[in-house]
Design a protein around this ligand. Sequence first.
Ligand SMILES: Nc1nc2c(c(=O)[nH]1)N=C([C@H](O)[C@@H](O)CO)CN2
Length: 119
Amino acid sequence: MDIIFLKEFRVKTLIGIYPWEKKIPQTIELNIEIALPSQQASQTDHIEDALDYSKVVDKINSMLAQQHFSLLETLTEHIAQMILNEFGSPWVKISAAKLNVIPGVKQLGICIERSQSHH
Ligand SMILES: Nc1nc2c(c(=O)[nH]1)N=C([C@H](O)[C@@H](O)CO)CN2
């Protein structure tokens, strides 16, 4: 299985359950692994055959500018479903962390894995 990864991808968004968190954007750090639907790009050297990771970054930036979540669980689920549905990936692993939001904890967050469901 071939995997594209995005490491330490930082993005500002409104995220959290508390009133202040719904007004003040916070930086979250994403780490993402995306299984590729095919190995074709490694043979052809054509971007048209690749899963274009710059498009994934653009999609996530625009999603998190428009949609505001209370929980990191919901945020990661939405990103995972977008990647599975719009990029045809068979499997994704996504972690999202808040930075220095609780004294004494440098990062805290969640990590999820999701696969295509075949009906
Ligand atoms: N399981 C979770 N627990 C908590 C979350 C969350 O997103 N998932 N969020 C918060 C608050 O927003 C917190 O980050 C502020 O300190 C608390 N617990």
